[in-house]
Design a protein around this ligand. Structure first.
Ligand SMILES: [Fe+2]
Ligand SMILES: [Fe+2]
Length: 413
């Protein structure tokens, strides 16, 4: 009796093939080519079973089963138009093909290159094998038609079965890896977005608290702060600023007077007129504010620093703290200078009443080219109805409520 032959048992594992999309579309006008491809590409589980059964009789014991070589799921199209329809349907059903074999010559319809160009418009992730004879398109001609891409290869006729099988196996793996890379990239982008939002919202909350701290000292209202941000935003946008900077000035403008935190109450809250020394101390709020905001890498805080430093400079050079003139004054500060004065004179303060609109216009125009940048003032005057609408939507009596509301709008940016 022959000595029993023993074989090591092969453990079961999930074949890599089962984790992949193995859907292939064959596009060829010749029916016999489809039959040939199917023979090469479809599963050989029947063959596997026959081999295992023969082995079992030789070894006289049940043979540990070999994982079958998985085949491909194959669909056929006989013209380019039909291929396009199938690809479209596969995408709609979220069952995309991984790979398409396309013949170049398929009369009377589109040729293979035209077919590929169109199906890539529907599904740009498809891997493509273009089947061609030597006399068909050259490689440079195909590049001309389809562009540089690592998603197509050329298979020269006549085909070699093993080459076809290897190409199919390699390209479906490539499709799956590319898909996995895209998913990973999406996940990473979501994480980055979430973390950026968290950092941004912490940053915005800090701004909010800084403004709030300055309001504890100053007689200004929260409504004034909010209106200054919105009116500066409107003026900057109308003056042609890019959207990103327009967003920044809405957040930066409310910090224009944060330096008042450092001014003594005896001056800040003095119910009578200030002496010249006291007035000189009050002016220092510009320098103090700029110092508080200096050194940041945040574009919002850098803009806020410029505004805090220069919002009392005048176009004619007679302002403070540095006597800058014209375009030496940062544009953000020139914008806030206009908006801040407009808001101050249109609203009541403890020491005076807000002026009527006709007086306001006269006063603002009197500052054209002396106190204010003439170009920006012209834009501002053309926006008066919108400025009034902002003022009406945020009256002083709602001042305490607008800051938390402002804070929540920051977080949505
Ligand atoms: Fe100020
Ligand atoms: Fe102000």
């Amino acid at each position: 009796m022959p000595r029993r032959l023993r074989r090591a048992r092969i453990s079961w594992r999930v074949p890599v093939e089962q984790q992949q999309n193995r859907r292939i579309l064959l596009v060829d006008d010749n029916e016999s080519i489809h039959a040939d491809f199917r023979k090469v590409l479809q599963t050989d589980s029947a063959l596997t079973a026959a081999v295992e059964s023969a082995a079992a009789s030789i070894f006289d014991e049940p043979v540990a089963r070999r994982a079958p070589v998985a085949g491909f799921e194959i669909d056929s199209a006989y013209q380019g138009e039909e291929a396009l329809a199938r690809v479209l349907k596969s995408v709609e059903r979220a069952r995309p093909y991984a790979l398409v074999f396309v013949d170049v010559r398929m009369p009377p319809g589109w040729n293979g290159v035209e077919t590929v160009r169109r199906i890539w418009q529907v599904d740009s992730h498809l891997q493509v094998v273009i089947c061609t004879a030597y006399s068909d398109y050259s490689w440079p001609e195909m590049i001309d038609e389809l562009g540089e891409s690592d998603s197509f290869v050329i298979l020269k006729k006549p085909f070699d079965n093993i080459e076809v099988r290897q190409l199919a196996s390699a390209l479906v793996v490539k499709w799956s890896l590319a898909q996995q890379a895209r998913r990973t990239m999406c996940d990473l982008q979501a994480v980055v977005r979430k973390q950026t939002r968290a950092v941004q919202s912490a940053h915005e909350e800090t701004i909010y608290r800084l403004v709030r701290a300055s309001l504890c000292r100053d007689a200004e209202t929260g409504a004034h702060i909010r209106r200054t941000g919105l009116c500066s935003e409107l003026l900057a946008a109308s003056a042609g600023w890019p959207a990103e900077r327009v967003d920044q000035i809405r957040l930066a403008a409310p910090m224009h007077d944060v330096g008042k935190i450092g001014i003594p109450d005896a001056i800040l809250r003095k119910p009578a007129a200030l002496t010249s020394d006291e007035y000189s101390t009050l002016r220092d709020h510009t320098i103090l504010g700029a110092r508080m905001l200096a050194g940041s890498t945040s574009p919002i805080l850098r803009m806020a620093q410029e505004i805090a430093q220069c919002h009392h400079e005048r176009w004619d050079g007679t302002g403070y703290p540095s006597g800058l003139a014209g375009e030496q004054i940062p544009e953000a500060a020139r914008i806030v200078a206009i908006v801040d004065v407009y808001d101050a004179i249109t609203h009541d303060r403890v020491y005076r009443k807000g002026l009527p609109e006709s007086e306001v216009q006269k006063l603002m125009l009197a500052g054209r080219g002396t106190q204010f940048d003439p170009r920006l003032l012209d834009v501002f005057m053309s926006l008066l109805p919108e400025m009034q609408a902002i003022a009406q939507s945020i009256p002083d009596e709602n001042g305490e409520e607008v800051l938390p509301e402002w804070c929540s709008t920051l977080s949505s940016l």
